[in-house]
Structures are given as C-alpha cells and as structure tokens.
Design a protein around this ligand. Structure first.
Ligand code: ZN
Length: 123
C-alpha cells in the first residue's frame, strides 16, 4: 500500500497518509493538526510500501502520473524505483520515464500512453 505525503496549506505542517489505490483521489484529506482540508500532495516524497524487488504496479504509476505537478521529479522517482528493483521494466515504463525526465507534460504522456492514465474500471 502506498503512502502519500501531504502539506497543510493552513498550518504548513506535513503528514503522511496510507491510502489504497482505490481510496486515493476519493479520500478526503484532513490535516491531523488543524483539521483543514486544504492540503497538497508532496510528489517529491511519495514512497511505495512494497516487498523488496517487486515492480511498481501500473496502478502506482497511474497514481503518480496523475498526482504530479513536476514531470522531472516524477521521472526521477520512477527511475529510482526501477533501479531499486534491479529488474527490467516493460517498454512503456522506460518510455514514460524517459519522457518525464526530459520534462514532457502530463498531457503529452496522457495522449501518448492513454493506457497508463485512464481509469481501468471505466472500460
Ligand atoms: Zn493544518
């Protein structure tokens, strides 16, 4: 299960939430310090709790791509995941990561790799 770091825009404290992929995006994020719901994802500190050596799932890539405002940071995060896993990635992963590292916009990724950003439950 991934955890997501948030920063409260009201009290400026940071906190982490563990959310399932299905909860993410639907779950109301409430600051545990002041109760504010004005919180922002901190994409640069996203971590994925997973067994060592396992590959990031398509769902985790999808969540990361949709949540990011910084393509290069996301690209670096995906590249780090790849290096940590020590396994080869599917071609789409390399392609998306390479594009992000070059600063491609999320809209470009969405257009070229629609299978990564569309909701699989809405087939
Ligand atoms: Zn707060």
């Amino acid at each position: 299960m991934p955890f997501y770091d948030y920063r409260c825009e009201d009290c400026e404290k940071t906190f982490s939430l563990f959310l399932s992929y299905s909860e993410y995006g639907k779950h109301a994020v409430i600051c545990p310090f002041c109760g504010s719901n004005r919180n922002r994802r901190k994409i640069d500190r996203v971590g994925v709790a997973r067994p060592a050596g396992s590959l990031p799932s398509p769902e985790s890539m999808q969540a990361a791509i949709e949540g990011t405002e910084d393509p290069r940071a996301l690209g670096k995060m995906l590249r780090d995941l790849q290096e940590q896993s020590g396994e080869s990635m599917p071609p789409e992963f390399d392609a998306v990561t390479g594009r992000l590292e070059k600063g491609a916009s999320i809209a470009d990724i969405d257009r070229d790799f629609p299978q990564l950003t569309e909701d699989p439950e809405e087939e």
